[in-house]
Design a protein around this ligand. Sequence first.
Ligand SMILES: *Cc1c(COP(=O)(O)O)cnc(C)c1O
Length: 294
Amino acid sequence: MDFPINSPVQKIDDAVFTDQNLALYLKRDDLIHPLISGNKWRKLKYVLQDARLQHKTRLVTFGGAFSNHLLATAAVGAVFGFKTTGFVRGEKVQNDTLFMCSLLGMDLIFTDRESYQHKQELFLNHFSNDPFAYFVDEGGASALSALGCTELVDELEETYDHLFCACGTGTTAAGIINGLSEKKLPTTFHAVPVFKNADWMRQEIEKYLLKEASFNVHTAYGFGGYAKTTPELIAFIKNFIAQTGILIDPVYTGKMLFAIFDLAKKGYFKPGSKILAVHTGGTFGLLGMKNKFG
Ligand SMILES: *Cc1c(COP(=O)(O)O)cnc(C)c1O
């Protein structure tokens, strides 16, 4: 079970960097698959393997109505031959993400916010008679998911001074940090939480570290909270897309790249530094946020 590509690394030319003799590269995990956000593929890979080992045939998971994880699970189910069920938080709605989930064969069960809090209970209520159903937690936070993300580091052909990644649960970050420590690379890792004042992100990342490691957490780029935006962020994203032809979303990759550009403008990086940013995907989510782009 795999996709036959290592995601490519692409140089981003912008005066903010070239003027200071900095080099910015983007690890294009968004190119792994159009509907499976890159890091969601890495996070699901060993989970799928585990499901298969246990002879499970249905993946059951959870997410909000715009969840990249739901869409990714629906798509991997279709690609690798699993049936899928998604519990969707909140009252019944229609949007592009859920439309794609259905098209990929996912059964959607809309669930009120109270019941949604009790995921194991929901799973047991609906699937206690189905020995082939496999529970996949929301956001895919698990040691197996972190392991899949560690493989991103194995794909790198050059050494970078800095590596940046957007953080939701922090699992992707932890997996990458594990890879950097395992290979004893001299790369400084930077986590960019996509929430307001997310000082707690450090502990979340540390949960999945195989050994102690130092890393930076930049909490100034939450833009008011999860999926919240500001006109400055939207202007940055519009400009980036128009300049590069690379789609980035306002929930994750847009905030992370904004952080790197902002830090560079403030003289944070030593001249000569090589910076790698992970494009974790999520561009399908852009469609759910059209209205923010005016
Ligand atoms: C889910 C997601 C993340 C967050 O990954 P975590 O492992 O939960 O931190 C980042 N970027 C995109 C595009 C995502 O869909």
